[in-house]
Write a protein that binds this ligand. Structure first.
Ligand SMILES: Cc1cc2nc3c(=O)[nH]c(=O)nc-3n(C[C@H](O)[C@H](O)[C@H](O)COP(=O)(O)O)c2cc1C
Length: 411
């Protein structure tokens, strides 16, 4: 079979996944209209990705504490109180009905990359260290589009979190992880990449603290280590808890690949189930949203060589390269993000031998610009993106068979 490596099953912890393709986490802003609660468009969007044949859907970042939710990226799914759970549970059932596993990406917060609607400084590692995205760091196509609106993008003011605050935020996050288990997700991915709060603690560029959370690498990783420990302690034994990390910050004084390999090994010792790698931050935005294919493969391989848990690689849109990266052992799975906006049927088409029929993402940053302007994402290549709720093929059918009465984790 062509693309044989892609269609091999894999286990993450005890969860079997039918192939190596992940619908990557992307905030679509579709939940904005319902203030962070799952709605019909959110369900239909995920139904389309699950129906398209990927083995695993990872949701967009859902904010896991009340404080995180006060500093969103415009608007996000929420997962920190019981009222969020019925909708999230329906999202899980939808992905399962359409044949895919589903993990929730749970975020401890965005730190200096979050915005307060009322102009409050963002809780971050340190006072007075905002980010700034300059045109020099933007991929060409993005620069051409975005600098029409703003020459550079300044971040909000920051406020250093107290030690008590860090620890109570972690406790609340662990309780939210329990809620995610109750919502029947197959796993949890802790969101710490792309210069968000977890990475801000890792980075000497944003972390200027002199207490136990700043200074040496051991201190800078303490925020993530304690978060992982508390989360794993809160979920049933063996329940998969993975993490998303940027392999390298790619900025002066940023956290480096060598340091991140040490972090990866430490997290493996703590029983993290997998690492979903990415790269960069808002400041190093050409790594976060690459303008070219497969630029992070060497970094995925560096993680792969450092740990023995599964590694998910990012931003490879060409199916031949995806297959090669997996068959050469440079990563175990690949997450399709903008490629999946452009064509949710990417996996099914590749499996059926129709790789040439894929609607290819042009990496033109139209979706990213919409997102940064607070508008629901759209795609030139797929005009159905955002309209899935009107498409009956993405509705759950009546009379589903085999509904279990007991929640999975009580069986
Ligand atoms: C509109 C948009 C929203 C995103 N939201 C998230 C998110 O919630 N969590 C996350 O880890 N990555 C997020 N990403 C990053 C993607 O998962 C992915 O790492 C990035 O787009 C590069 O991969 P690609 O070339 O396949 O798009 C987002 C990307 C886009 C375009």
């Amino acid at each position: 079979m062509a693309f044989e490596a892609i269609f091999q099953p894999i286990n993450i912890g005890s969860v079997e996944i039918k192939n190596r393709l992940v619908a990557g986490p992307m905030n679509t802003l579709f939940a904005q209209s319902t203030a962070g609660y799952v709605n019909e468009q959110v369900l239909a969007y995920y139904a389309a990705r699950a129906k398209g044949g990927c083995g695993l859907v990872i949701t967009e970042a859902a904010l896991g504490t009340r404080q995180a939710a006060r500093f969103p990226a415009w608007s996000n799914l929420l997962c920190y109180e019981q009222s969020h759970i019925p909708g999230l549970n329906e999202l899980v059932e939808t992905c399962h009905d359409f044949g895919s596993r589903v993990f929730i990406q749970l975020s401890p917060g965005f730190g200096r990359q979050g915005n307060s609607p009322v102009g409050e400084p963002s809780p971050a590692p340190s006072d007075g260290v905002p980010y700034e995205i300059t045109a020099d760091n933007m991929p060409r196509a993005f620069r051409a589009l975005f600098t029409k609106i703003m020459p550079s993008i300044p971040g909000p003011a920051t406020r250093g979190m107290t030690v008590e605050e860090i620890q109570s935020e972690h406790d609340e996050f662990a309780t939210s992880a329990e809620l995610a288990v109750r919502a029947e997700f197959d796993g949890i991915e802790i969101h710490c990449p792309h210069g968000y709060l977890g990475q801000q603690f890792l980075s000497p560029r944003s972390n200027k603290r002199t207490d136990q959370y700043g200074g040496s690498l051991e201190n800078r990783m303490r925020f993530i280590v304690e978060l992982v420990q508390k989360t794993i302690a809160a979920v049933p034994p063996g329940f998969p808890v993975g993490i998303r990390l940027s392999a390298d910050e790619h900025m002066p004084d940023g956290v480096t690949l060598d340091e991140m390999k040490v972090v990866a090994r430490k997290l493996e010792d703590l029983d993290i189930a997998y690492i979903h790698m990415s790269s960069g931050s808002y400041e190093a935005i050409s790594w976060l949203f690459p303008g070219d294919d497969a630029i992070m493969v060497d970094e995925a391989k560096a993680f792969k060589d450092s740990v023995s848990i599964p590694i998910i690689a990012t931003s490879i849109h060409d199916p031949k390269t995806v297959d090669k990266v997996i068959s050469e052992g440079k990563a175990d799975m690949v997450s399709l993000a903008r490629a999946h906006f452009a064509d949710p049927e990417w996996p099914n088409k590749v499996k059926a031998g129709g790789a040439d029929d894929i609607e290819r993402c042009r990496r033109d940053f139209y979706c990213v610009c919409r997102f940064l302007l607070g508008l629901p994402v759209r795609c030139h290549r797929n005009t159905n993106l955002g309209r899935e709720k009107y498409m009956p093929e993405y509705w759950r059918s009546a009379g589903a068979k085999g509904i279990e009465v007991l929640p999975r984790y009580l069986r």
